[in-house]
Design a protein around this ligand. Structure first.
Ligand SMILES: O=C(O)CCC(=O)C(=O)O
Ligand SMILES: [Fe+2]
Length: 249
């Protein structure tokens, strides 16, 4: 069985296979990212598209590598990195989400006193990655079964890292699986860590900080370090697609 054209269609002659991301309230999303280091895009993908993407998992031709998390101490469960060219829908989503996030990332760097600024088009940022030897695509499809979990981690794959990433839940909690919450932790200097659980439904996306982000304190801005993971799946099967904006070495 091959995947439906709606997912695989390549961006061509102005036809965009991805969902319309301009319809979200990007002012509110930026405010949530500033306050909490995460924000959700409710109903980013319809259920049918979620099923179509999850159905790619066994089709090896779409992927460059296959990771069994337990073998690396990453948790339990598995994932596959897509190869280039990405399925059209993911290529479009990566390209269309990036400019909104680049504005947030540039403000964050300004607040943190970091000189680096990100170009406002994804293709320009990818060129920087490729020039730095980070040429392998990082979007990935994850699959979890009962008892699986994803340890707290950061998706860093070289010196160049875009500070925000996106994960889209492809399965429906309560129906397709139970447990398996998306979790973020925030390590604060000289303080105890803060945990955040992000409730998601099928088709919802979470945008979150990959690593450092600025927090406004009473004595100026300080930096916190974020990590993300997934709590234990209690029953059923859970699929996610991850959109990371930097490429890997
Ligand atoms: O399965 C999830 O919700 C998290 C996946 C993940 O770690 C990622 O997309 O980077
Ligand atoms: Fe991750």
């Amino acid at each position: 069985m091959t995947a439906p054209a709606t997912v695989l269609k390549r961006p061509r002659s102005g036809v965009d296979a991805g969902p319309d991301v301009a319809r979200f309230d990007w002012g509110a999303i930026a405010a949530s990212l500033d306050s909490w280091g995460c924000a959700t895009l409710e109903g980013l993908l319809p259920a049918k598209t979620c099923r179509d993407i999850a159905a790619l998992y066994p089709e090896e031709m779409h992927f460059r590598s296959h990771i069994h998390m337990a073998r690396h101490g990453f948790g339990k469960g598995e994932y596959r990195y897509f190869k280039y060219p990405l399925p059209g829908l993911l290529a479009d989503l990566r390209q269309d989400l990036y400019p909104y996030l680049a504005s947030v990332a540039n403000l964050w760097n300004e607040k943190m006193g970091v000189a680096q600024r990100y170009p406002l088009e994804h293709r320009d940022f990818l060129q920087q990655c490729h020039a730095a030897g980070q040429t392998r695509p990082t979007p990935l499809l994850l699959q979890y079964g009962p008892g699986d979990f994803n340890c707290l981690h950061q998706d860093l794959y070289g010196d160049l890292a875009f500070p925000l990433q996106v994960a889209i839940l492809l399965s429906e909690p309560g129906r397709d699986f139970t447990g398996g919450e998306f979790v973020l932790t925030e390590q604060r200097p000289r303080m105890q860590s803060r945990a955040e659980v992000v409730p998601l439904r099928q088709g919802d996306a979470v945008i979150f900080a990959v690593n450092d982000r600025p927090v406004a304190g009473t004595r100026g801005t300080y930096r916190v370090k974020m990590r993300h993971g997934v709590s234990r799946i209690r029953s059923g099967q859970r699929h996610t697609v991850g959109v990371i904006f930097h490429d890997a070495r």
